[in-house]
Design a protein around this ligand. Structure first.
Ligand code: TXA
Ligand code: MG
Length: 308
């Protein structure tokens, strides 16, 4: 085993914080069974104490031990999509204490597939509480360098794992209330989930920071613009502006990033792109809206929040 991973596991055991790669985004990890470790995690993130955090495991079997009721649909989803970019919300068992659930009776469980995350979970041989490794409300990190930029000295070690493959956070399905509710769209689509459970649109009452209106946001004010209005908006500009679009750069614009027309490739690049647009020191960011179709749902969700 990689010596950095071994050191990271030691840090976790000692109650410290570790940045680590997952296939979705980088996580900021702490021992999920240690109250002081989780308190440090919340402090470093600047996250309110009543917001729950996702717990990561090496296998579905280990994950389900933290739930006291496992509906058939949850087992099927875990079997099909774990390890992978899916988080299940279930009724918690006695292992999930108030300090990781934000005092709620449910717990968020995930089995990541990234090989470094898997190695770390096995070396630590416990559960790792990990939100995305950014400060509260900001754009999630998809490289180890992003984590260092955001958290600096608040994290003892950041494991290197290359750019995250998926690029946006896991799909979250809440199965704690008898029905399945999609709390956060992600790379695993609603249609894929619906092959196993009936998904309702009922608004879940749980606190969920990804559900806040403004989240995943760059510092520069950003606006979503429909394709047909992009040219008109650009023509009317007075400010220095940065644009994220599908088409070729327009010479009237100071900073232009071109994005792929395929949703998974777009998601993979999205957060690095938002960070880059932020560094362009423009007064405004204009984002060309992707098509309003099911395959773009997760990307549209993140863009809507980044631009609200
Ligand atoms: O892809 C991901 O899920 C990444 C990587 C690191 O695994 N993690 C992540 O964590 O996005 P975080 O904390 O940034 O977002 C977790 C979301 C939050 O909106 C939180 O409120 C929600 O999951 N969540 C966690 N436990 C929950 C629970 N018991 N009930 C409802 N929502 C929950
Ligand atoms: Mg987050």
């Amino acid at each position: 085993m990689n010596s950095a991973v071994r050191r990271a596991a030691q840090i976790l055991r000692a109650g410290g914080l570790v940045g680590f790669p997952t296939e979705t985004v980088y996580g900021l990890g702490a021992d999920a069974a240690s109250e002081p470790a989780v308190a440090r995690l919340y402090a470093a993130k600047g996250r309110p104490a009543d917001h729950p955090v996702i717990i990561h495991f090496a296998s579905a079997e280990l994950a389900f031990a933290w739930a006291r009721e496992i509906p058939h649909g949850a087992r099927e989803l875990g079997h099909r999509f774990w390890p992978g970019p899916l988080t299940l919300i279930l009724k918690r068992s006695a292992l999930a204490k108030d300090f990781v659930t934000g005092g709620q009776d449910t717990v968020g469980l995930r089995v990541p597939s990234h090989p470094v995350a898997q190695e770390l979970l096995k070396a630590f041989s416990g559960a790792i509480a990990a939100p995305s490794a950014n400060r509260f409300g900001r754009v999630s990190p998809t490289t180890a360098a992003h984590v260092r930029e955001d958290l600096g000295n608040d994290v003892e070690l950041v494991l290197e794992g290359g750019p995250s493959d998926v690029g946006i956070e896991s799909t979250i399905v809440d199965l704690s209330g008898g029905t399945a509710v999609l709390l956060r769209p992600g790379a695993i689509s609603r249609q894929q989930i619906e092959e196993f459970v009936v998904v309702t649109d009922e608004k879940s009452s749980v606190r969920h920071s990804g559900g806040l209106e403004r989240h995943y946001a760059p510092r520069t004010p950003a606006r979503l613009v429909p394709t047909h209005a992009l040219d008109r908006e650009i023509a009317a500009l007075k400010d220095r502006v940065a644009v994220l679009a599908f088409s070729r750069p327009d010479e009237r614009v100071d900073f232009w990033l071109r994005m792929p027309r395929e949703p998974h490739a777009f998601a993979q690049k999205l957060y690095a792109a938002l960070r880059e647009l932020d560094t362009a020191a423009c007064e405004q960011i204009l984002v060309e809206a992707p098509p309003d179709t099911a395959e773009w749902a997760a990307v549209r969700d993140r863009l809507k929040r980044a631009c609200s």
